[in-house]
Design a protein around this ligand. Structure first.
Ligand code: GLN
Length: 673
């Protein structure tokens, strides 16, 4: 929890990136590196396999960190369509990263530090920026080897170095995205093979995760694609010491013997990663095969502590024996896909390609719902809908079997009006509603249109003209205080899109007397009353947070901090920390009308939590940012500007998801009676 990060030694001191790398390596002698590559096909579940390995190593008492290297050319995942690459996961310090980081954090129950994910694009731009600045490369011809590879090594080491205050992690698991053989991935493999030579003996390990197809016609598992993949990997200088085979079930000794001979890997270093009913069961499979014992042997790690999967096993056992079931509709934007190779739907006679549900776009939301379900002894049946599946006529019918509706984050204007009609129905029918980021913004637009009767109310994101009409109930944040830097941030329509949102961990002050406050309070109190006094985000005072989350808050100024502390105490507020990713916000000009009890007896919003407001010396305070809002009299109509899904863990479900699922169970009961 109390991770302190550290920047690399002042760069000017060194003449080249290689020199810096050598310096860091000399300070990181105790840290072991595990490099994971993938072969044969993509979507093998490398992230889950790596995370499972990490969780087991952690249970043996090691301090484990994880890292993902993505070979594509985008600078980060922030601008990528989730339908192509899965959800964009956000870390404490505000990096927009690959969804595998979500698996890492959930399985290991950690908060990953800066540089836990980087892409080729990022590396290339770092090198080219240095070249333009005239640093490090004066007069040299910039080449993939050594300049790009040195920079890749640098960023692998840089994450490790950020743990330097407590001697570095014991193990870093580095996953190289993509499949061996991809052109973009080659510099990464080259960098890793160079780095392995620079590290000491027994300091690194190469694991290759590969696919063993099962041929129904001959009834056998085929090893040939794996042989080719390992051959390719060896040609890149990376000889795997361990092979993990992804296949439907455990493989025979015969297949292992064959793989051992043809791939040059000891037979007892070949393991399987079989298909599992739920991903949290994979660590158990690894434990049964003693994968971690082999890893420790090869890396000469000597912890006498046994691997312990008891907590996770408790979760998976509960998952398998849940007594209740709740049906949740998630209405999103990146859910359904018609793929090129989707079969034409002949059964329904339409002759059209039927879309497939693409679950990866809202991976963390999906997981968070499942975690909260287990805690409530309920199987959460999640049904995904695309926004434009709804129209005014079919809403009631389509939603009739659901106990709760969740609208997750999203961007752009497609299908928004239909979705707003949906939210109206949900509000009026008292169906539990949970709006996340865009979901909150839409709920506020819906309320403004239908209750406050401002028909043209909209977000500047969908209708830029609504600003002139003063109907911009959701507006572009032009200025906010950035806790991390202690600086004011300015934005307008011209600002470039990549990496410029309000990102990462920010504090939020919850107001007593709200549903949000109660559910956080109860969840924290319950967790803290147990023997192991931990909750992933205990109520940390603002000042203390500067120490604990140093990546996220480095520069809160003393005077405002003291003032804020007084206010927190006087109003009995509760400080929570959540991760953000948004450009738009609820317009402060509307706060009063949204929260005004109506003479006609209509429901109204209350602000459950806001962002603490700071200014930099001499500047006026930035506009008020609402973080979470709820309808006063609705059983559960809660929207938050942040993304609580990123902080939910199997054993510590997020309070807001718990509240939502509880409300859904209650609603289901009331319907049945
Ligand atoms: N598009 C909205 C914004 O930028 C919501 C973003 C989100 O849901 N993450 O504010």
């Amino acid at each position: 929890m109390s991770r302190k990060t550290k920047e690399v030694p002042h760069l000017e001191k060194f003449k080249s990136i290689d020199e810096i790398n050598t310096d860091i390596i000399s300070k990181m002698e105790k840290t072991k590196f595990i490099f994971i590559t993938g072969g044969v096909i993509s979507s093998l579940g490398k992230g889950v396999a790596g995370a499972s390995l990490g969780a087991l190593l952690k249970s043996k008492g090691y301090n484990v960190s994880m890292q993902k290297l993505d070979p594509y050319l985008n600078t980060d995942a922030g601008t990528m369509n989730p339908q192509q690459h899965g959800e964009v996961f956000v870390t404490d310090e505000g990096s927009e990263t690959d969804m595998d980081l979500g698996h890492y954090e959930r399985f290991l129950d950690v908060h990953l530090p800066p540089h836990s994910c980087f892409t080729s694009g990022y590396i290339y731009s770092e090198v080219l920026n240095k070249e333009r600045e005239g640093r490090f490369y004066e007069g040299q011809t910039i080449q993939i080897v050594p300049h790009i590879t040195d920079m890749i090594k640098h960023y692998i080491l840089r994450q490790t170095y950020s743990y330097a205050d407590f001697g570095g992690p014991d193990v870093v698991i580095v996953e190289i995205g993509g499949t061996v053989g991809d052109i973009e991935g080659q510099p990464f493999c080259e960098a890793v093979q160079e780095l392995r030579i620079q590290l000491r003996p027994y300091q690194s390990l190469s694991i290759h995760l590969t696919f063993l197809p099962y041929l129904k016609s001959s009834g056998e598992i085929k090893t040939k694609p794996t042989q080719h993949s390992v051959k390719e990997l060896r040609a890149l200088g990376l000889r795997p010491e361990i092979i993990i085979c992804r296949c439907q079930e455990e493989i025979s000794l015969e297949s292992k013997a064959k793989l051992s001979k043809t791939c040059g890997v000891f037979q007892d270093c070949i393991f399987t990663s079989p298909d599992v009913p739920n991903i949290y069961m994979l660590p158990e499979h690894f434990k049964n095969q003693a994968v971690v014992e082999k890893v420790c042997e090869l890396l000469q790690m000597k912890s006498s502590k046994e691997v312990d999967i008891a907590p996770l096993a408790k979760f998976t056992n509960s998952l398998a024996t849940l007594k209740k079931q709740v049906n949740i509709a998630v209405i999103g934007k990146y859910v359904k896909q018609v793929r090129q190779d989707t079969k034409v739907d002949k059964q329904e006679g339409s002759g059209e390609k039927k879309p497939v549900i693409y679950l990866e776009s809202y991976k963390s939301v999906h997981e968070a719902l499942c975690h909260a379900g287990v805690k409530n002894d309920a199987q959460v049946e999640v049904n995904y809908f695309e926004y434009d599946e709804f129209n005014q006529r079919n809403i009631k019918d389509k939603l009739s079997k659901f106990d709760g509706v969740l609208v997750p984050g999203g961007f752009g204007d497609r299908g928004m009006d239909d979705l707003i009609h949906c939210i109206k129905h949900v509000r009026e029918s008292q169906i539990p509603f949970f709006g996340i980021c865009l979901g909150l913004q839409l709920a506020v637009i819906e309320f403004t249109r239908n209750v406050l009767k401002i028909k043209g109310a909209n977000s500047e994101e969908f209708d830029p003209d609504c600003r002139q009409r003063k109907e911009n109930v959701i507006y572009l944040m032009g200025r906010w205080y950035e806790y991390r830097t202690g600086q004011m941030v300015y934005r307008d329509e011209q600002t470039q899109k990549g990496g410029t949102m309000r990102l990462g961990l920010k504090p939020c002050l919850l107001n007593p007397g709200t549903k949000a406050y109660d559910i956080y309070r109860n969840t924290f109190d319950e967790a803290n009353s147990k023997e192991n006094k931990v909750y992933h985000y205990p109520e940390v005072p603002l000042r203390q947070s500067v120490e604990i989350y140093r990546d996220a808050f480095s520069n809160l100024d003393e005077a405002s901090l003291t003032k804020m502390e007084k206010e927190i105490k006087n109003k009995n507020l509760m400080t929570i920390y959540e991760r953000h990713r948004h450009r738009y916000e609820i317009n402060p000009d509307y706060h009063e009308s949204l929260t005004k009890p109506s003479a006609k007896g209509n429901d109204y919003f209350i602000i459950s939590g806001d962002a603490p407001s700071f200014s930099t010396g001499g500047e006026t305070l930035p506009p008020h940012i609402v973080e979470i809002m709820e309808l006063k009299h609705h059983p559960w109509h809660v929207g938050c500007q942040f993304h609580p899904e990123f902080l939910s863990r199997p054993l510590r479900p997020h309070p807001l998801f718990l509240g939502f699922i509880k409300a859904a169970i209650k609603f289901q009961k009331s319907r049945k009676n």
